[in-house]
Design a protein around this ligand. Structure first.
Ligand SMILES: Cc1cc2nc3c(=O)[nH]c(=O)nc-3n(C[C@H](O)[C@H](O)[C@H](O)COP(=O)(O)OP(=O)(O)OC[C@H]3O[C@@H](n4cnc5c(N)ncnc54)[C@H](O)[C@@H]3O)c2cc1C
Length: 385
């Protein structure tokens, strides 16, 4: 009883039922013995048919208004969903980035864009966003990809790097330079490019995480003028407006992964015996697990607090809190996974066991969506440093 109350961290009965339903679904549909098949032996962490089935339950459209096929839930609901599906290892890797684009559509999309794209997502569709370029990573304002207006079309040229799930997305939201400005972050715009557009090439990058991210090339790609998201030249402001959402989304995913690495480690040290006793009975391991358990509770409170603040006023900018939550959870995911490998010994290193996979997934979380160094820079700036 105490354990159940402690674990729900003040969720309402309805929210607890929601979490339990997702947990049941993952245990049933994404059990360890089914995962290899669902993910093409862990090389493809997004399964379109599983996404469509989850969408049928109304969970893909949590932050989408009912009139566009969604279930009109809160951002907090989406955060619960993200944490629980990451913990349950549901192979819907494209959902996080899709949710980031859904946030941008909710805030700045035209009625036409919402009608088409939100409805697709509510049915399990994927959307992608391309900011990073070969020479513009942490320094996003260094974007060079260009868009020019010709009659009733936009014509895009340039290269993008690391675009997550672009190969699965019906549309990629491309951040490009459509005008000049006295500052580098002026003159940027966001334009939707459909996957099949002529001149649009998507080349997968081989990574520790399998087929998740791609390099994009845009060679005079023509799209209709109405594919512009929000205002021309407002790209930077629109990007900043989405930061709360983006960083909490990535944090919730990292938290779910951290919890899963912890759960698997705990189960392992209870059953693995050496020197005639479970290895979990050695204090050297116990203290580290006790610390991780404490850090997980702290991280969960932080994620839910920032999600609640975001729901209270979606227009409020929370740079410090959003960076703190991203930094804390992703670094924790890395620690939980690394400790998991260490505590599982040689078996933690073997591909047959899940720990090395958790580690590969965790390593990238402190890089994408702004590295840990960049999150610390932002937090320091809010301290007047
Ligand atoms: C798997 C994956 C998926 C991704 N998905 C997407 C996506 O969907 N869309 C997208 O647009 N991008 C995506 N990215 C790109 C990601 O956001 C960038 O990789 C990230 O912002 C870092 O940029 P970079 O790789 O160019 O590193 P760099 O910016 O070159 O940084 C290199 C190192 O220098 C450090 N550094 C840089 N500047 C500073 C500074 N001012 N102070 C202190 N340290 C600094 C960094 O922290 C890092 O350790 C993805 C990346 C990966 C690996």
């Amino acid at each position: 009883m105490i354990e159940a109350r402690a674990a729900d961290h003040g969720l309402s009965a309805e929210q607890q039922d929601f979490v339990a339903a997702i947990r049941d679904f993952c245990a049933r549909e994404c059990a360890p013995d089914r995962l290899a098949e669902l993910t093409d032996d862990f090389s493809d962490l997004h399964n379109d048919s599983l996404a469509a089935r989850i969408a049928e339950l109304g969970w893909y459209g949590l932050t989408i208004p009912e009139r566009h096929g969604g279930s009109d839930g809160s951002f907090f609901d989406a955060v619960l969903f993200l944490e629980e599906t990451a913990r349950g290892q549901a192979p819907i890797g494209g959902y996080g980035v899709t949710l980031i684009v859904v946030g941008a559509l909710n805030r700045f999309g035209s009625e036409g864009q919402k009608r088409e794209l939100l409805a697709r997502v509510a049915k399990g569709g994927t959307l992608a966003i391309a900011m990073s370029e070969p020479d513009a990573g942490s320094d996003v304002a260094a974007i060079k990809c260009r868009g020019r207006r010709e009659g009733d079309e936009w014509v895009l040229s340039g290269s993008k790097m690391w675009c997550s799930y672009a190969h699965k997305a019906s549309h990629t939201l491309v951040v490009c330079r459509t005008g000049a400005g006295s500052e580098r972050h002026e003159g940027l715009s966001m334009i939707f490019v459909p996957r099949e557009a002529e001149g649009f090439t998507i080349t997968p990058i081989d990574t520790l995480g399998g087929k998740e991210t791609s390099e994009l090339h845009l060679a005079e790609v023509r799209v209709p003028a109405e594919n512009l998201l929000g205002g021309e030249g407002n790209g930077w402001i629109q990007l900043m407006a989405g930061l709360n959402n983006e960083r909490v989304i990535l944090a919730a995913l990292a938290l779910g992964l951290a919890q899963r690495a912890f759960d698997d480690t705990l189960a392992y040290v209870k059953q693995r015996r050496q020197f005639g006793r479970p290895v979990g009975s050695f204090q050297a391991l116990q203290h580290r697990l006790a610390k991780l358990a404490t850090d997980l509770v702290q991280a969960r409170l932080l994620v839910r607090w920032v999600a609640r603040l975001t729901d209270e006023d979606p227009t409020r900018m929370l740079p410090r809190e959003a960076s703190m939550v991203k930094l804390a959870t992703t670094e924790l995911a890395k620690r939980c996974a690394l400790e998991g490998v260490q505590m599982a010994g040689g078996y933690g290193y073997a591909r047959e066991y899940p720990m090395e996979r958790h580690l590969r997934a965790a390593v990238v979380s402190t890089i994408y969506g702004g590295t840990s160094e960049i999150q610390k820079n932002i937090i320091a700036k809010t301290l007047g440093l």
